[in-house]
Write a protein that binds this ligand. Structure first.
Ligand code: ZN
Length: 163
């Protein structure tokens, strides 16, 4: 379902957590064109005038694209009793995905799939994003939400039932 997700947004954000990479390394994500330099990910290499040409560039997937490629996720939302016509719902998901990626390029929708009749499963790179999505869904579609936390992992699963 990557087709729902736009590739290029003008983003720049500070990298979370510890990073062992050197200040001078440049890493370019071949999937979304994000590049990593001086402890943060930036949107497009061409826009970056400070960058000198003598720097070493490596190609490596950004953490979000890596998760998407490996099918890994931290948050899962299961939609139940979905309307037959899913156009509005898909538009809603698409808008949410774009907005989140613009805010933080690692905040992504990993997959969207119909797992049974009236049931759609959406996975996210971060559980906070799944929570935010479910909350927004409740507000827009009046869904009944129930969150299930996993004791072993940090993955959460949220069931959202349409009225
Ligand atoms: Zn990427």
């Amino acid at each position: 379902m990557r087709k729902f997700l736009p590739k290029n947004f003008p983003w720049h954000f500070p990298k979370k957590g510890k990073e062992k990479r050197g200040k001078k390394d440049i890493i370019v994500c071949p999937e979304c064109n994000a590049f990593y330099w001086y402890k943060s990910w930036h949107h497009s290499l061409e826009d970056y005038s400070e960058l000198k040409e003598d720097k070493e560039i490596r190609f490596e997937l950004c953490p979000a694209c890596k998760m998407i490629k490996e099918g890994k996720f931290e948050g899962e939302v299961i939609l139940e009793n979905c309307p037959e016509d899913k156009e509005e719902l898909l538009q809603f998901i698409n808008n949410f995905a774009q907005e989140e990626q613009r805010r933080d390029p690692l905040a992504r929708v990993v997959s969207v799939e119909e797992i049974a009749k009236g049931m759609v499963r959406i996975t996210f790179t971060e559980n906070q994003i799944a929570k935010k999505f479910a909350k927004r869904l409740k507000k827009t579609f009046k869904t009944k939400n129930r969150i299930i936390f996993s004791k072993k992992e940090k993955i959460i699963r949220i069931f959202c039932k349409f009225p």
